[in-house]
Design a protein around this ligand. Structure first.
Ligand SMILES: Nc1ncnc2c1ncn2[C@@H]1O[C@H](COP(=O)(O)OP(=O)(O)OP(=O)(O)O)[C@@H](O)[C@H]1O
Ligand SMILES: [Mg+2]
Length: 219
């Protein structure tokens, strides 16, 4: 099983958007996918509730309510996490992950918050010991804006405790497609390809990393 955690203490940066789109992408490939929602706001569970019955099935776990019991034959466990997570709850979430994707928005406040947050992550033993792999994703980007350039520059400099670069996987554009997908229980991968082509192109690098050994701790 590959366990993928969407994580960033900053609210509204795209954790649920990435979690739901990744879950649907693998479900469309015929994989057995569990979406565990650790956020009492329940956005991922609401999305699943809106998901049409004829779409590839994703099993939901309201993980903020109970300790989670992941079915044995799960291929992908996608974990959506709440904002403002720190301390022990942060370490507990990180413990359950092979790969962590950190979405970050293009704004000075979000960039500064990400610097602090990645500092906290890098202080965790599991991160130091490479038992979990990190990567960043720029989200909701309007290309050719100053803020987008600043985020791009920052993400090129983010380092692991070892001094190695944290992979900066992709820049997801600000697009109504994500908002439409969120309200209808769908992913951008379930819309007409012509409408979502520019979005899908950016996702290719995310899935290339997730599907490679680089996103998993060494056995
Ligand atoms: N690339 C994007 N383009 C347009 N809208 C987006 C994009 N990514 C996210 N959004 C929208 O931004 C809002 C916040 O995104 P989302 O809920 O995924 O963030 P979050 O990190 O899960 O927030 P929270 O911390 O509250 O759980 C949502 O309305 C979502 O539809
Ligand atoms: Mg969320």
């Amino acid at each position: 099983m590959h366990s993928i955690l969407l994580l960033n203490a900053k609210g509204g940066c795209g954790k649920t958007t990435l979690a739901t789109n990744i879950a649907a992408y693998y479900a469309l490939q015929g994989k057995r996918v569990v979406l565990a929602d650790f956020d009492p706001q329940a956005s991922s569970m609401d999305w699943l509730g809106a998901r049409p019955a004829d779409r590839p099935r994703i099993r939901g776990l309201a993980a903020w309510q109970n300790t989670i019991r992941v079915p044995k034959k799960t291929d992908y466990l996608i974990i959506d996490s709440p904002a403002a997570v720190s301390g022990k709850p942060l370490a507990t979430l990180v413990k359950q992950a092979d790969s962590i994707l950190i979405p970050i928005l293009p704004s000075p406040i979000d960039i500064r918050a990400a610097e602090h947050f990645i500092g906290h992550l890098n202080a965790l033993r599991r991160v130091m010991n490479k038992k979990v792999k990190l990567a960043t994703v720029a989200n909701r980007v309007r290309e050719n804006t100053l803020a987008a350039g600043d985020l791009d520059n920052y993400l090129e400099t983010v380092k692991l405790p070892s001094g190695k670069k944290v992979p900066y996987l992709a820049l997801l554009r600000a697009s109504q497609n994500y908002i439409r997908a969120a309200e209808s229980g769908l992913s951008i991968f379930e819309f007409a390809p012509a409408k979502t082509l520019p979005d899908r192109e950016h996702w290719e690098r995310i899935f290339r990393w997730l599907d490679s050994k680089r996103s998993r701790p060494a056995a």
